[in-house]
Design a protein around this ligand. Structure first.
Ligand code: PLP
Length: 405
């Protein structure tokens, strides 16, 4: 078999490998707890279901404009006004297959071979691979002060004449951190002054806790949209728990959107009209669904942190948003892939190795599932790792005895 050099360079996801192992264990009837999940458990909003069902009922399921239906764009424009305080035109928007395709379209549109894209560790797993897929070079910045909050001085140190873009994801997957107003103001100013694109991946922007709000990059630029370097990526996947509809959007200068439309029209064309109707339903329907999801997840976050705090050796910054946290397990094991494998095999708990996000020695734990899964999952992890915990545990109806500490 002959595989391209580029394809060979794209990493296998250890997340998917662990998911597959977990699936096989579940099929065998093992009581696996999944703390790796990347989507809320809610039902899609009723207005989304009704919107897509009404479209299906017409039987008129055809192509739409590549960049999205005008009525959906109208809903996105309203969303941008309400949540970003920015009036944008339909020509500033492209609707794509999830935030994932949005990011890929953006990178495809702006990155030349060997251009550098700055990524802030911990970063979302797909960023480095996507940059490589457009022949760019991912440049990773790891906060040197041991926190998960990026610092401008670290970023400025790696910026060169090859730097084409910086990706900022706040609220952050995997740490759950929301970056400060001060940092967002600084990085917007830096990018606008230096002609570097600032791609803000805002896919979790309303899943923020304790009455806080995620800073909005637009607030800190005085440039109009057509002359600004800001590019916003968002979508319905996380806020509305509509991951399966596969719908996201980009807001950017029209000239850039035109390029993205050309690219998308040669690859996937439009997002399914059924998904577009669903997204329009979600965006124009009652918004209390987002608030109730947010409150459920905030409660789950509290349970997760309370449980993790019972571990003497584990340190975890309290997440301010998303449905993830990134505890430090180095007191028990340095290699996060080994640790995740160990926890799956011994305790039947799925976690995601921090090394996939550029931070070794940590695990990403998700609290998007049920409170029961969180408490039981952490109890099992504690049993497997902490010599101070009782050495017997019930997993399903089996009593297990720890004999390795
Ligand atoms: C930070 C981040 N960006 C983008 C995505 C992709 O979102 P979508 O499912 O809309 O493609 C995810 C999904 O996990 C994510 O965590």
């Amino acid at each position: 078999m002959s595989v391209s050099q580029l394809a060979r360079e794209i990493k296998e996801s250890s997340t998917l490998r662990l998911n597959e192992e977990a699936r096989i264990l579940r099929e065998k009837g093992e009581p696996v707890i999944h703390l790796g999940i990347g989507e809320p458990k809610n039902q899609a909003p009723i207005t989304a279901i009704l919107g897509s069902a009404a479209k299906l009922k017409t039987g008129d399921i055809k192509y739409t404009p590549t960049d999205g239906l005008p009525s959906l764009k109208k809903a996105i424009i309203r969303y941008m006004e309400e949540h970003y305080n920015r009036l944008v035109a339909p020509e500033n928007i492209i609707v794509s297959t999830g935030a994932k395709q949005c990011l890929y379209n953006v990178l495809f549109s702006i990155v030349n071979p060997q251009d550098e894209v700055v990524l802030l560790a911990p970063y979302w797993v797909s960023y480095p691979e996507m940059v490589k897929m457009v022949y760019g070079i991912p440049v990773i910045v790891t906060p040197e002060d041991g926190t998960f909050h990026p610092r401008m001085e670290d970023i400025e140190r790696v910026v060169t004449s090859y730097t084409k873009a910086i990706i900022v994801n706040s609220p952050n997957n995997p740490s759950g951190l929301v970056f400060s107003e001060e940092f967002i103001a600084e990085i917007v100013d830096f990018c606008e002054r230096n002609g570097i694109y600032l791609i803000t991946d805002d896919i979790y922007h309303k899943l923020v806790f304790d009455g806080k709000r995620a800073p909005i990059a637009y607030k800190y630029t005085d440039k109009d949209l057509e002359n600004s370097r800001l590019i916003v990526v968002n979508g319905v996947s996380k806020l509305y728990g509509m991951t399966g509809f596969r719908l996201g959007w980009v807001v950017a200068p029209r000239k850039l959107i035109e390029v993205m439309i050309n690219i998308q029209s040669q690859i996937t064309s439009n997002v399914s009209v059924v998904s577009q109707a669903a997204a329009e339903g979600a965006l124009t329907g009652v918004q209390s669904v987002v608030e109730s999801l947010r409150l459920t997840i905030q409660n789950n976050r509290d349970v997760m942190i309370q449980e993790l705090n019972t571990f003497d050796g584990v340190r975890v910054p309290k997440p301010q948003g998303t449905f993830y946290c990134l505890p430090d397990f180095r007191a028990y094991r340095d290699n996060s892939i080994e640790l995740a494998k160990f926890l799956l095999r011994k305790a039947l708990v799925v976690t995601v190795p921090g090394v996939d996000f550029g931070i070794e020695g940590h695990l990403r734990l998700s609290y998007a599932g049920s409170v029961k899964d969180i408490t039981e999952g952490i109890e099992r992890i504690k049993w497997a790792l902490d010599p101070e915990s009782p050495n017997e545990i019930y997993i399903g109806d089996r009593k297990l005895v720890r004999d390795w500490l």
